[in-house]
Design a protein around this ligand. Structure first.
Ligand code: NI
Length: 183
């Protein structure tokens, strides 16, 4: 099942998402739907608040990225906690399914060490770098109520203001279904 994607202006994107427990109903189904929604919109990552759920779950698939070194991963991260960010910051032009038609340069550190549980609630601690690390940091931000436009300088923010307002009013038509705030 493909969910509509929440966009800028939806309060769920500004919440601190809550951990889930083992009794979460049909977690496997929810995660499958998250992947389906992500692939349908050509995304490489998707966080639960982007489908209207203020819970600590995100999925990503970086296995199809060219030039991705080290190799990408396809994985669901449940109740993640970033333990450490390290390495030099580097710039990448980022996009976000909740910010259709906006792309901006964002600085993020190279490496991330993350603790999470998988679908069976088995705990893992792993370290990632490169593109996968970047996607992890971007999706993790969604669980903290942070979006990449928050990192822009005041001038860039001012330039984007009208575009952001248009998004929050549903005046953008991406190729995937969105949920317009308040509707
Ligand atoms: Ni995003």
């Amino acid at each position: 099942m493909i969910y509509p994607v929440t966009v800028f202006g939806d309060p769920v994107l500004r919440k601190h998402a809550e951990p889930i427990t083992k009794d979460f109903e049909d977690l496997d189904g929810f995660i499958q739907n998250m992947f389906d929604t992500m692939y349908n919109s050509d995304g490489v990552g998707l966080a639960a608040p982007q489908v209207g759920q203020p819970i600590r779950v995100f999925v990503l698939d970086t296995t199809h990225e060219e030039d991705d070194e080290p190799a990408g991963i396809k994985k669901a991260f449940i109740n993640p906690e970033i333990l450490e960010k390290s390495g030099d910051e580097w710039v990448m032009n980022e996009g976000c399914l909740s910010l259709p038609e906006i792309r901006e340069d964002v600085l993020r550190p190279e490496t991330v060490k993350i603790k999470y549980v998988d679908e069976k609630f088995i705990e893992h601690i792993e370290e990632y770098s490169g593109f996968t690390s970047r996607v992890i940091q971007h999706e993790y931000d969604h669980l903290e109520g942070v979006m990449f436009v928050d990192y822009l300088n005041p001038l860039r923010k001012r330039i984007l203001k009208n575009k952001l307002t248009a998004i929050s009013k549903g005046k953008v038509i991406p190729k995937y279904k969105i949920k317009v705030p308040g509707k």
